[in-house]
Design a protein around this ligand. Structure first.
Ligand SMILES: C[S@@+](CC[C@H](N)C(=O)[O-])C[C@H]1O[C@@H](n2cnc3c(N)ncnc32)[C@H](O)[C@@H]1O
Length: 244
């Protein structure tokens, strides 16, 4: 099939002569990369461009905090956080979502705390505030925050339209001397809640977090987290029609 390239002054080239990426694009095959090295905000835009099969807005950000992911965005985002200091549109617990209408949203975004409170160490209090590290994850919770997921997932399913998307940023952690695989828990729990887990994107940051408190390393220092893409439906196939 001959196609026109932008730089060829309307010259027509056979598709076979194009570089693989351009050929893929010309064929309509333009995948998103499974590894992401830019910001969360840019990744969300890329995901909103790629995955939705229904109109993505309005979007519910169920763990809004300061809304860093939406800086400069013109998206119709409803903000929710349990902590009133962030002045979100909905101040409340995303495990209950009291008063939030059912089947309202095209996308729900979830970026829960991935560590518990940093104890009495005053130097990291700011970390607790910025990253919402306020939920307990001690022995009674199996040293993990995964207990937060099932009630949230039930509510996310309720407030999403059929075929809507759940985009979750999940980070594994080491707690009480063991790796806690939160992303595995989340994917299993999402399927149990009736979602289809469609994709997993690894997001990488440049430098690992380090502390002068730590004396010996027993685990790799994490430089990544996962974005998990779930659909409120049975299929991951994308169809393009007027609903988009
Ligand atoms: C990691 S921060 C989110 C950061 C945010 N995505 C950003 O880019 O600015 C997690 C947020 O989840 C909130 N949070 C924790 N548990 C919650 C719950 N059960 N319901 C609603 N918000 C919750 C915390 O208050 C915190 O602000």
């Amino acid at each position: 099939m001959p196609i026109k390239t932008p730089s060829s002054r309307q010259r027509t080239l056979p598709i076979e002569t194009l570089a693989p990426r351009k050929r893929a694009k010309a064929n309509g095959y333009e995948p998103i990369s499974s590894v992401w090295e830019k910001s969360d905000g840019e990744l969300i835009e890329a995901m909103l461009d790629f995955y939705p099969t229904i109109k993505p807005e309005p979007i519910l950000d169920a763990t809004y905090n300061a809304g860093r992911m939406w800086k400069g965005s013109k998206r119709d985002v409803w903000s929710m956080d349990v902590d009133p200091q962030y002045n979100t549109m909905i101040v409340g617990d995303n495990r209950e979502m009291i008063g939030v209408p059912s089947e309202k949203f095209g996308v729900v975004v979830f970026d829960p705390p991935h560590v518990g409170p940093q104890g009495r160490d005053k130097s990291v209090k700011r970390f607790d505030i910025d990253f919402g590290a306020t939920m307990e994850c001690g022995k009674e919770h199996g040293w993990s925050l995964s207990y937060l997921y099932p009630p949230f997932l039930k509510q996310a399913k309720r407030v999403l339209k059929p075929e809507g998307l759940l985009l979750a940023k999940i980070t594994d952690m080491v707690n009480s001397h063991r790796s806690r695989w939160a992303h595995c828990d989340f994917m299993r729990m999402a399927e149990e809640a009736g979602f289809t887990v469609c994709d997993l994107i690894v997001k990488i940051r440049t430098g690992p977090m380090l502390s002068t408190k730590w004396k010996m390393a027993h685990h790799a220092r994490k430089r990544h987290c996962f974005w998990i893409i779930c659909r409120n439906g049975d299929s991951c196939e994308r169809f393009t029609d007027s609903r988009r």
